[in-house]
Write a protein of this length. Structure first.
Ligand SMILES: Cc1cc2nc3c(=O)[nH]c(=O)nc-3n(C[C@H](O)[C@H](O)[C@H](O)COP(=O)(O)OP(=O)(O)OC[C@H]3O[C@@H](n4cnc5c(N)ncnc54)[C@H](O)[C@@H]3O)c2cc1C
Length: 341
């Protein structure tokens, strides 16, 4: 039986970052990805300033940069502005391929595609019928994590996101729509990309069922005259149920760990930093994570905010509306960028 020091399940941002961090070590690393191509993921491809500060992305990967966002609350529109760019869009396939390229420099890291992990034991994973041994296992396999299931952790807090990717250059503004009638405590977005736009929304099923959200989304698209006839429809679960990331020699990162924000749906940054710090823990068990606790603090704030908005029921419009008016004042606008970005 083949055996590796570290097996990473899933080559999303978290798994790829973890592999990169282990790249210059003496450990043998196997990164397993079920898809044939690394990168594609149901995602709006929106990044914030902290992602950019962390990533040092090549200029050509950034499709659009924004120093303002149009915030719509029912019929009221506010612009949140900043002197510096704070929102960006990237293409997930290009981003994944850029992360993958970095691994070519490391002979100790092997990447296998078309490699779905179907079974896990305390010592092995099974991939396409083959058993492979590990010393450390990293679950970087997203919101439907097989590693999380192996650990016996059930996610109570799984929301979902839906979007249309529409081939058009018509949209140039970064826009967010808080319209409780359609999206309850959550929002819809318009994130322009090069040659296409992501228009989507998300919710949690115990507040809005998947069917109801889809119905409401289509009503909202019609109201806003958004033509989806050429669009590609996509949907995916969003796990924000964090219950830990370190379980002996098994670790979880990103969505698999439930680090995604229950309010904004943002999860790329959390995946990257948890991938990095889990690798550091494998290299040095005495390492004390710094960025994961920061992310957990922000996550707690977002969890409180979403609970407040769910509990607010009919008063949501009033709360969102007051927020939108406040955010017109530059001091509060900056605060909003800080809280959500
Ligand atoms: C509609 C929508 C819009 C979103 N928009 C944004 C956004 O604008 N900005 C943002 O920051 N976040 C956004 N997110 C969240 C973001 O996509 C995730 O948080 C992020 O991709 C998490 O990265 P990850 O590495 O943890 O997992 P993933 O990116 O999900 O990667 C997991 C990988 O594991 C692989 N895998 C899964 N199971 C197995 C298996 N059994 N064996 C082998 N491989 C496996 C998958 O194929 C995948 O490649 C959005 C999510 C949705 C659903």
């Amino acid at each position: 039986m083949q055996s590796y020091d570290v097996i990473i399940v899933g080559a999303g941002p978290g798994g790829l970052k973890c592999a990169e961090m282990l790249g210059s070590s003496s450990l043998s690393v196997l990164l397993l990805e079920k898809n044939s191509v690394i990168g594609p993921k149901v995602c709006a491809g929106g990044l914030t300033g902290k992602d950019l500060a962390y990533l040092n992305l090549p200029e050509e990967l950034i499709e659009f940069r924004y120093n303002n966002v149009k915030l719509h609350v029912n019929n009221l529109t506010s612009a949140i502005k900043s002197e510096t760019d704070f929102a960006f869009t990237i293409d997930r396939t290009a981003f994944g391929q850029w992360q993958l390229q970095k691994l070519k420099a490391f002979p100790n890291v092997e990447v296998r595609t078309n490699a779905r992990v179907s079974e896990i034991t305390k010592e092995t994973v099974t991939v396409n019928g083959e058993q492979i041994g590990y010393r450390y296992l990293v679950g970087a396999d997203g919101s439907n994590s097989v590693v999380k299931r192996f650990l016996g952790i059930k996610s109570a807090n799984k929301g979902y996101g839906i979007q249309y990717l529409i081939p058009t250059d018509k949209y140039t503004d970064f826009e967010v729509f808080f319209q409780p009638k359609y999206f309850a405590a959550w929002y819809a977005w318009i994130f322009p990309h090069k040659g296409y736009v992501s228009v989507g929304c998300g919710a949690a099923p115990w507040v809005l069922s998947a069917g109801k959200l889809k119905d409401n989304f289509h009503k909202w698209l019609r109201k806003h005259d958004i033509d989806i006839s050429e669009g590609k429809y996509e949907a995916f679960p969003m796990d924000s149920d964090y219950q830990g990331y370190r379980f002996g020699n098994v670790f979880l990162t990103g969505d698999a760990a439930g680090l995604l924000s229950s309010f904004t749906g943002e999860g790329i940054y959390q995946a990257l930093i948890s991938g990095e710090e889990v690798a550091r823990l494998i290299l040095n068990p005495d390492f004390v994570p710094v960025k994961i606790p920061e992310v957990l603090q922000t996550k707690q704030k977002h969890d409180k905010l979403i609970k407040l908005m769910i509990d607010a029921g009919p008063f949501r419009s009033l709360i969102f509306g007051t927020g939108a008016l406040l955010f017109r004042i530059p001091r509060f606008g900056r605060k909003a960028i800080e809280v959500f970005g």
